[in-house]
Write a protein that binds this ligand. Structure first.
Ligand code: ZN
Length: 91
């Protein structure tokens, strides 16, 4: 058994979707995850318990408003990362 944050899947899905339409932004793994992290920090987590290897079913309450809220936060995050990409900083 493990905890799984459904919001994480949704945010990653929407990051990938929105980045397809963006031309002047870096889409390296680091920048993508930075965008996802910023958006996730502004959204409520949606935790479920999953059995190992089990695929989660998308909840039915994830409607249009839910998608719109995520899109709004991801759009803000893309704006932030575009202005200040952090992929060049060595950690
Ligand atoms: Zn990058």
């Amino acid at each position: 058994m493990k905890l799984h944050n459904l919001m994480e899947d949704e945010v990653i899905r929407i990051v990938n979707k929105l980045l397809k339409n963006e031309k002047d932004i870096c889409t390296c793994e680091k920048c993508k995850l930075d965008i996802a992290a910023i958006a996730l920090n502004n959204l409520l987590p949606q935790y479920v318990v999953t059995k190992k290897g089990e695929l989660y079913k998308r909840a039915n309450n994830m409607g249009i408003q839910f998608e719109a809220d995520i899109t709004k936060e991801v759009t803000k995050a893309i704006y932030i990362v575009r202005k200040r990409p952090k992929h060049e900083i060595k950690l």
